[in-house]
Design a protein around this ligand. Structure first.
Ligand SMILES: [Zn+2]
Length: 74
């Protein structure tokens, strides 16, 4: 609940942006640009191509961020 599964991923090679649905139960390591066919891979330290190249974190990361945000401060 509360996670976004649609993300706009931008190809670093040609700048083409496309909306893609992210898998909620797996990390996507490869993404082929539909415009220039470049194959993207996650940057160092990122778990998937969406965390590296899209405007939205992948669902597992979103859940991680939400659960840490829910920790009470007192
Ligand atoms: Zn491209």
């Amino acid at each position: 609940m509360g996670t976004t599964t649609i993300s706009s991923i931008t190809c670093p090679t040609c700048g083409h942006t496309r909306q893609e649905e992210m898998p909620t139960d797996a990390w996507q390591f490869y993404y082929e640009c539909k415009n220039c066919q470049a194959v993207l891979r996650p940057l160092d330290g990122d778990c998937c191509v969406f965390c590296s190249y899209a405007d939205t974190l992948c669902p597992p990361k979103q859940m991680e961020a939400m659960s840490s945000a829910e920790i009470p401060t007192n």
